[in-house]
Design a protein around this ligand. Structure first.
Ligand SMILES: [Zn+2]
Length: 134
């Protein structure tokens, strides 16, 4: 963006990414059968994959047969601590910064999405479309 890394590093405390995804229609969402292997590939643990109930869109007159109604946000928040500020100053790339933040326990957009799938709020397709695994 043509901004000095030094200015960004000192001015920001939090960086937040957000995606809006569609919410499954509560009236018609149906339980889907997803192979455990697929669930593990998109980021669930083997234990979660065994116990999870996954919902899929179906479609009814309440949702214009789309299977979705309303939207819900996925969030990723990166806290800029001392080490991350230093990385920005020396010109670290976005992926290097994300990697470091993840090591620190940052919840990624994908993880935020998996949480929403777990709660039956949205479908796997919605989350996969809007988040990268990284
Ligand atoms: Zn519906």
């Amino acid at each position: 963006m043509g901004i000095e890394p030094f200015l960004v590093a000192t001015a920001l405390r939090l960086v937040q990414a957000q995606r809006l995804i569609r919410r499954l229609c509560a009236n018609c969402k149906s339980v889907g059968k997803i192979p455990a292997q697929t669930l593990i590939e998109i980021g669930f643990t083997p234990e979660e994959a065994k116990a999870l109930q996954i919902f899929e869109p179906k479609g009814c007159d309440k949702c214009n047969n789309t299977g979705y109604k309303g939207r819900v946000g996925l969030f990723e928040v990166m806290e800029l601590d001392e080490e991350i500020r230093e990385m920005i100053m020396i010109g670290a790339s976005t992926s290097e910064l994300r990697q470091k933040a993840k090591e620190r326990g940052m919840l990624t957009l994908r993880q935020s999405g998996l949480e929403k799938i777990k709660l039956g709020i949205t479908s796997i397709e919605e989350v996969l479309r809007e988040t990268s695994k990284m």
